[in-house]
Write a protein of this length. Structure first.
Length: 159
């Protein structure tokens, strides 16, 4: 049986087109992999920032009774709340922790002061950092609002 000219194999043009399609597909996969790695890195930094904010809150809690009395338990003298007393200085990235909207809590406010002054029951913190790998810079902010009770312990003025 004679062999037809069209069934003898692939032409050079067919091979080049197949290679072009394969190269385009592989470049698309490489771009998707790069984007996935960028998002994993961003997620890691988001997690790190969340942990650091939680660390600030955890460092405030043991001092809460003293803070509500207007002092720091470790400082002795009466001091106003200062965020830098509860934030560690060294970070693995360019992380900035601030009070949300500059809300400085007045922990020395008694819960039963006449005149309608309400004591603070929450601490709002914001962490921001620079990450230029992703175009969307709004992903570089984490907000944490932690609430806590006013500790009475039998004392009508607080702790």
């Amino acid at each position: 049986m004679p062999v037809s000219k069209h069934t003898q194999g692939f032409s050079l043009l067919e091979v080049l087109i197949a290679m072009l399609l394969a190269a385009i597909a592989l470049l698309g996969l490489a771009a998707a992999q790069l984007r996935a790695l960028q998002h994993v890195s961003s997620s890691l930094q988001f997690t790190y920032a969340s942990l650091e904010l939680q660390n600030v809150v955890e460092r405030v809690w043991p001092q809460l009774c003293a803070l509500q009395g207007g002092s720091l338990a470790t400082g002795g003298a009466a001091q106003n709340f200062a965020l830098q007393n509860f934030v560690l200085a060294n970070y693995a990235m360019s992380l900035q922790i601030t009070l949300t909207a500059g809300q400085l809590p007045d922990f020395a406010t008694a819960p039963y002061v006449t005149g309608g002054v309400n004591p603070p029951t929450s601490l709002a913190l914001t962490a921001t950092w620079d990450d230029f790998r992703l175009a969307d810079q709004t992903l570089n902010t984490v907000d944490l609002v932690s609430s806590f009770p006013w500790l009475i312990n039998g004392n009508p003025n607080g702790c």
